[in-house]
Design a protein around this ligand. Structure first.
Ligand code: URA
Length: 509
């Protein structure tokens, strides 16, 4: 039987050298008795483990993975750890693929040991609590900590503390050896240390700090129990606070909720954009419709831009004679960036076709350029713009009108009619007639296609559609008429105002 004594400092390096020599000597696991220096009275056999010259095994075959596991496992508190490791080493030199088989009893055991050591190292980093030695007269501040690790991890873990607490002297004492960092020099004493019970002001400071950073709203008891096992509690000054902090958590969450400040919406500033006075409409702001559209893309005159995808500007030739204005973009318009492309737009297109009007020849726009909606589940439901939003957006519409200079504007629906005529009187009574305003061209009013889509019954829908087609037809004739003095719209042939023509493409063209 050969006795191998592993050094209590640099344990991994020591075991690795002894194991390598044993392999070279061709020693079988059953030939060796392993022990840790200081943990056995067999020191006098240590010399028996000295390296021999024989090269009985090719140690280059040792997989890197084994060394990583071994580095952890030599720290394990199991007295058999060195022999278990050597057994696995012996096996994996013969069969390097052994690590592929996680169910192999030795591989499984070593992995479990390594995991346990890793966890212990992690706990040491998290749970060491230093207390200041206020009696110390050294230039550097001096701290001590008492910790009870499960495994022999102190030496392996102290590098972490050296990095973190480099500007002070400290000692971490444990029943499994102690680390000392004095004047930037690290030393390790493998002997069990006596428990340190010092109390100091930093401990009270730490407790106050802990109680303050404890967030009752984030309390997760199960995670806390697994992260902070009870066995560590007696060395954690904050542990005595935990019971009370946990039992008061519910009340504190309520208090926090009740004292929440009512913060303004992050878009409040944008929403507080200055009102636009009408005199701005008369100023020459933009030299072209392209310039206006570019500027409108950045519009933050009201809060609607906050939730909309983009500004939906008008579309059509810059010299169009007829301009048609709706209320505001809908869901599909908001996504595509083009006016009247959703369900209302489809009806509008059909009506244009039925009356023989090419959409390419007219300028189509809206009073409000951003989609206003309410979210219901995944759907965005159209919501009517309010007076303030309309007033802010009027700026764009008026500048569009100034640049396009259409002969006639066809206002579809109450919002456009209200903005363009300054009156919200009954639409049904005013539609189809010319309205004049001192600051913009002639306006004609008609129904909004969405109103037709929402008609209560087929009869109503048919009636509204007839008027809609008739109004579009009249508007086109007026807008394209060469007679400047024309005051009343001409009569249209009956075929142009028949909703039945909607599906009759030959008549529409
Ligand atoms: N309704 C409108 O008023 N305008 C559009 O662009 C789409 C639907």
């Amino acid at each position: 039987m050969i006795y191998k004594i592993v050094s209590a400092t640099d344990t991994f390096g020591s075991w690795r050298n002894l194991a390598r020599d044993s392999l070279r000597q061709g020693l079988k696991p059953s030939d060796i008795v392993w022990s840790l220096e200081g943990a056995t009275s067999n020191d006098l056999f240590a010399s028996l483990g000295e390296a021999g010259d024989a090269m009985a095994a090719d140690t280059r075959k040792v997989p890197r993975h084994f060394l990583e596991l071994a580095r952890n496992c030599v720290c394990h508190s199991d007295a058999e750890r060195f022999s278990i490791l050597y057994e696995l080493l012996f096996e994996c030199v013969k069969e390097p693929m052994i690590f592929e088989n996680a169910l192999h009893p030795l591989v499984h055991q070593i992995m479990a040991m390594s995991k346990s050591v890793s966890r212990d190292k992690h706990k040491m980093k998290a749970f060491v609590r230093f207390k200041e030695d206020l009696q110390s007269d050294t230039v550097r501040r001096k701290f001590t900590a008492w910790f009870e690790p499960e495994h022999h991890i102190v030496e392996e873990t102290t590098a972490f503390f050296v990095r973190r607490f480099n500007d002070m002297d400290w000692c971490i004492a444990t029943p499994k050896g102690s680390a000392f960092f004095v004047d930037s020099k690290l030393t390790f004493n493998p002997s069990p240390a006596a428990r340190i019970t010092a109390d100091d002001d930093t401990e009270n400071l730490w407790k106050t700090y802990y109680a303050n950073i404890f967030n009752p709203a984030r309390l997760k008891l199960d995670a806390m129990r697994s992260e902070m096992p009870k066995k560590y509690w007696h060395n954690l000054p904050e542990a005595e606070l935990i019971k009370e902090l946990v039992s008061n958590a519910g009340r504190r969450v309520d208090e926090m909720r009740n004292s929440q400040p009512t913060t303004p919406s992050p878009f409040a500033n944008a929403a507080r954009a200055p009102a636009i006075s009408t005199h701005e409409f008369s100023a020459e702001h933009f030299s072209s419709i392209t310039e206006l559209n570019k500027a409108a893309q950045k519009c933050q005159r009201c809060s609607l831009h906050c939730n909309a995808t983009q500004t939906v500007v008008g579309e059509g030739p810059a010299n169009a004679k007829l301009m048609i204005v709706g209320e505001q973009p809908g869901d599909e318009e908001d996504l595509s960036g083009r006016p009247f492309v959703g369900p209302a737009g489809k009806l509008f297109d059909k009506a244009l076709k039925a009356t023989g009007v090419s959409r390419d020849s007219i300028y189509v726009s809206n009073v409000v350029k951003h989609f206003k909606f309410e979210s219901r589940g995944k759907r965005r439901i159209h919501s009517r713009p309010n007076a303030g939003e309309i007033q802010h957006c009027k700026y764009w519409l008026m500048n569009e009108i100034k640049l396009i200079r259409p002969k006639l504007i066809l206002a579809m629906g109450a919002t456009a009619a209200g903005v363009l005529t300054g009156s919200d009187k009954n639409l049904g009574e005013r539609r189809g007639q010319l309205q004049y305003s001192y600051e913009i061209p002639a306006v004609m009013i008609t129904f909004h296609p969405s109103a037709i889509l929402r008609a209560v019954n087929a009869e109503n829908e048919n009636k509204m559609m007839t008027h809609f087609l008739s109004d579009i037809g009249k508007a086109v004739v007026f807008a394209t008429s060469t007679s400047i003095a024309q005051q009343s719209p001409p009569k249209l042939p009956a075929s142009a105002v028949n909703p039945a023509n909607l599906n009759n493409t030959s008549q529409a063209g």
